[in-house]
Design a binder for this molecule. Structure first.
Ligand code: ATP
Ligand code: MG
Length: 188
């Protein structure tokens, strides 16, 4: 599951857990983006902070891991490169790429979109406020899943923090404390 994870929240974690359970996946690898090329209109937190929050949020789940492939690759992050790196590290594994409905909707505009479907099966999950549709995507390479609705976004978590509102229970406790410790999201 790729994402900016700025910060990681319970919407990400529920989506990952449900996809793993419904598709009987052995492991979910969370891959924080390096330089998210679609988000250069706002300041994205340093990759190390996003990586560490993702580690904190996933540490207690034996099936959840975090990969540094995107943050260690120079230049903008493209999912096609992510999948190439993961395949190289795990040549015998079947890869599934988990995305929310909003991201799935954009996927055909991603770099090397057609080739991505050769490297992984795509899993689109429901997300409040977005319509889940696989229109235009190769049917045999995409699975759509209904997951419990978590109306949480990282944008909202950042805005709440900036305004002094709580993010308790929207993100894991350790992430609340990490945000406080490093004073993240105080300025936008
Ligand atoms: P931002 O508001 O900064 O864009 P975000 O909450 O959308 O943050 P991302 O890191 O952009 O989080 O998302 C990573 C992946 O997780 C995307 O595929 C996105 O669709 C999915 N996702 C994020 N939040 C949810 C949610 N609440 N329910 C289901 N999927 C989600
Ligand atoms: Mg997003």
């Amino acid at each position: 599951m790729g994402g900016t994870f700025d910060p990681i929240h319970h919407g990400h974690l529920v989506a990952a857990s449900e996809a793993a359970a419904l598709l009987d996946l052995d492991e979910v690898v969370f891959v924080p983006t390096g330089q998210p090329y679609r988000k250069d209109d706002r300041k994205v937190s340093p990759a190390e902070h996003r990586y560490l929050m993702t580690v904190i949020a996933t540490a207690s789940n034996p099936r959840f891991t975090v990969s540094r492939v995107d943050i260690e690759r120079e230049g903008p992050t493209y999912t096609y490169d992510t999948l190439l790196d993961l395949r190289e590290q795990r040549p015998d594994d079947d890869l599934y790429f988990i995305t929310g409905a909003d991201a799935l909707d954009q996927i055909l505009s991603w770099k090397d979109a057609d080739k991505m479907f050769e490297l992984a099966h795509f899993v689109g999950v429901t997300r409040p406020g977005h319509t889940l549709s696989g229109d235009g995507l190769p049917e045999d390479r995409v699975t759509l899943l209904n997951v419990p609705a978590m109306a949480i976004s990282s944008t909202d978590c950042r805005e709440r923090t900036q305004q002094g509102q709580p993010v308790w229970y929207l993100v894991p406790d350790g992430v609340v404390q990490y945000i406080g410790k490093y004073n993240l999201y105080k300025e936008q």
